[in-house]
Design a protein around this ligand. Structure first.
Ligand SMILES: Cc1cc2nc3c(=O)[nH]c(=O)nc-3n(C[C@H](O)[C@H](O)[C@H](O)COP(=O)(O)O)c2cc1C
Length: 365
């Protein structure tokens, strides 16, 4: 099936979830190249006065990114969000995504993200203002509700469709759940039964078989993949081919090594020497956990590299050896630990987090 969002037809039913501290331009481009149908930016504050900071400037950088370029905005004031959306479009955004899914209490001192779900009237004002402000499609990311007693995802979806939102991504947890327990898909199924706009099911989808099951159960048009992409961006290719043909097309070890090296190279180009080494540590840790049989000693060694050259040389050495040993074995998701909250938080602590905000986002998003 083909998903359409405004003038865009997606080439895959599997899309990358927006993740602060992870879905920077290099990771988005990589995931798109490996089969993701869409890849939204990390959330950007709607306070345009902060857009000159190095972090926001990087988040606004879409050079060379495949179309459609999706910018996710976070905020709570309709007119401020509308203005931020207009300015994002001026700078190249082709789809505006609004964040009502993040459980962090405040962004820029104001309640936002999934906290907005408690105030349906405000949600409607925000959506209407942003849709009216821009000529490009506006999409929305939500949770299933505030808590188990106020699971109003279906009502929010109705409001969204009424206001002209063109696609909806639903994380199958309430705001109160944070990341605890398992995602539930019943509410997503009810949402899909209620609205006619494309719906992406999100939450705990870790394998191509999970994607199939969730789509079959919910009737969703597509799946949104977050943490399962850590250290295995090729999961999009795997899901896409499984959904299209039920075929499993594992990558060879050599292909995986080449993807990792190219990813590091693009991180260094994007962030420069010092920040590039730091940001790359997190991804290297995830690649080690996904691929290597005994990741800890390798990771510990690689974390000590302080220059891009030595980091890249170390990764090449270990992954060349791994290719030699493992050649022919299929690669997809050796380790589930990467997806646990603890695993992510530890990764950020080790790598020093990303640009201040992001360690918080890892715990709280
Ligand atoms: C590190 C991290 C950062 C996140 N940042 C954002 C964000 O900026 N905007 C957003 O809407 N959701 C954010 N999320 C939530 C994800 O988009 C997604 O809804 C959630 O991880 C559940 O999907 P998953 O089980 O496939 O990971 C973040 C999640 C993580 C783990």
């Amino acid at each position: 099936m083909t998903i359409r969002i405004g003038p865009y037809r997606l080439t895959s039913q599997a899309v990358l979830a927006p993740m602060a501290g992870v879905t920077d331009r290099p990771f988005r481009v990589l995931c798109r190249r490996l089969g993701a149908g869409l890849a939204a930016s990390e959330m950007l504050t709607c306070d345009t006065q902060l857009w000159h900071t190095p972090k926001s400037r990087r988040r606004l950088d879409h050079a060379g990114e495949p179309e459609p370029r999706v910018v996710q905005l976070a905020g709570s004031e309709p007119l401020v969000l509308a203005e931020a959306a207009r300015m994002s479009v001026e700078r190249g955004a082709q789809i505006i995504d609004l964040n009502m899914g993040c459980p962090a209490k405040k962004v820029c001192g104001k309640l936002c993200g999934s906290a907005l779900l408690r105030d349906e009237a405000l949600v409607a004002r925000i959506l209407a203002a942003v849709v009216q402000a821009v000529a490009v499609p506006v999409t929305l990311k939500i949770r299933t509700g505030w808590d188990h007693d106020r699971r109003n995802g279906v009502q929010i979806a109705r409001i969204a469709e009424h206001c002209g939102i063109q696609a909806l991504a639903v994380h199958g947890r309430t705001r109160a759940d944070f990341y605890q327990g398992e995602a539930e898909y019943q509410t997503i199924r009810e949402i899909k039964n209620t609205v006619r706009i494309p719906v992406f099911a999100n939450g705990d989808i870790r394998t191509p078989a999970d994607a199939r099951k969730v789509i079959d159960f919910t009737g969703a048009d597509g799946v949104m993949i977050g943490r399962a992409s850590f250290g295995q961006p090729w999961i999009f290719r795997a899901i896409d081919s499984f959904l299209k043909t039920r075929a499993d097309e594992p990558l060879s070890g050599a292909e995986v090594r080449d993807i990792i090296i190219a990813h590091l190279d693009s991180l260094y180009g994007f962030y420069g020497e010092e920040t590039g080494v730091r940001i790359a540590r997190k991804h290297i840790g995830w690649y080690c956990e996904r691929c290597l049989p005994d990741p800890e000693p390798v990771r510990a060694d690689l974390m000590s590299a302080t220059s891009t050259a030595s980091q890249l040389a170390g990764v090449s050495r270990y992954f060349d050896a791994w290719v030699g040993r493992e050649s022919g074995k299929p690669v997809l998701g050796k380790s589930a630990r990467v997806e646990s909250g603890a695993g992510i938080a530890q990764e950020n602590a080790r790598s020093g987090g990303v640009a201040g905000h992001d360690t918080g986002a890892v715990r709280a998003a």
